[in-house]
Write a protein that binds this ligand. Structure first.
Ligand code: FAD
Length: 289
């Protein structure tokens, strides 16, 4: 973990672009609550194949102009170089200087894979097209990507993104900090030293957590699964337990030298803010944890 300690800590919150007017109003309230703790940036997801293109742009520009730097996610599957270049220019013109660059997953049934196959090609393309304008974040998988041929290949593929010009990374969420520590150690041994910020998924609902985790390959440890199962429909107990477990994990990560945290908010403020407050991040000026 030594390499990570040199980096300034940064804290961020991720949203998805709302579909309805009601969703937009709700996100505004969530944005205001989260802006109150002064994060370093917000980010907004992008549906692979461009399915949320316009909504992502609208949400990013709207959040960005309200004063907290906002990073669009951008995935390359299903897109052409021309379409991606257009988006990069639009973001640059609007003062956006950070992008989360991804491959994405095409929804099943939508065949075309586009002109770029992997995120390292997207990073390379962004560097060719926009030079050093954007700070580029990429995805990292401490428990390995579900489609990876094997762990070694996945680490090498991560390194390709760094070689192509990624500045930092955000991880898929995990509940086992050891997987993150091991991942960082492996990167150090490979000489790959960029900030790798843990992605944090607050636990608020058991069935949706299981569904998400199955899709993205995040493992829910047996003791967490069993405890959540035992609470049944008791959402108050689920949230309380989830808050304790995730707070404890974040403490461990920060104490070991993780260079910040990125919260998957699912457009809810309260679960992330409770963890943030338990950690005392604002009071400790973010860097002096
Ligand atoms: P890659 O880094 O390209 O890796 C994908 C797979 O291909 C891995 O198994 C890797 O080992 C392999 N691979 C990589 N490069 C090569 C290569 N050159 N040759 C052979 N094999 C290779 N999805 C969305 O659709 N929209 C979002 O907004 C979004 N946001 C995300 C944010 C974060 C922080 C994270 C962690 C994930 C996000 N995802 C999002 C999910 C992500 O798109 C999927 O996990 C996707 O399957 C992989 O994207 P990637 O950028 O990690 O791909």
């Amino acid at each position: 973990m030594q390499s990570q300690k040199q980096f300034k800590r940064r804290f961020s919150f991720e949203f998805f672009p709302p579909k309805t007017d009601q969703g937009k109003e709700k996100l505004q309230v969530v944005r205001d609550q989260l802006a109150g703790v002064n994060p370093d940036f917000f980010s907004v997801t992008f549906g692979a194949g461009g399915s949320t293109r316009d909504r992502t742009i609208e949400t990013v520009l709207n959040l960005h102009k309200q004063g907290i730097s906002t990073a669009p996610h951008l995935s390359c599957v299903g897109g052409t170089r021309e379409e991606i270049a257009e988006l990069l220019d639009l973001y640059k013109e609007n003062g956006i200087n950070r992008i989360v660059a991804l491959r994405g997953d095409m929804p099943s049934g939508m065949g075309a894979s586009g002109e770029m196959r992997y995120a390292n090609e997207l990073v390379e393309f962004i560097r060719q097209h926009s030079g050093d304008h954007f700070n580029l974040e990429v995805a990292a998988y401490p428990e390995f990507h579900p489609q990876a041929r094997n762990a070694e290949e996945d680490l090498k593929n991560f390194a390709r993104k760094v070689e192509a010009g990624a500045n930092s990374a955000i991880t898929q969420y995990f509940f086992n900090p050891e997987s993150y520590f091991y991942f960082i150690d492996r990167l150090e041994k490979m000489g790959v030293t960029i900030p790798v910020v843990p992605g944090i998924m607050p636990i608020v609902n058991f069935s949706s957590l299981v569904r998400f985790s199955d899709m993205c390959g995040a493992e829910i440890p047996r003791w967490i699964r069993k405890q959540l199962e035992a609470y049944g429909d008791d959402s108050v107990s689920i949230r309380k337990f989830g808050e304790e477990v995730i707070t404890r994990m974040c403490e461990k990560l920060l104490e070991a030298g993780a260079p910040g945290l990125h919260f998957y908010t699912l457009n809810q403020a309260e679960p992330s803010i409770s963890i943030w407050k338990n950690l005392g991040i604002s009071e400790r000026e973010k860097i002096a944890f």
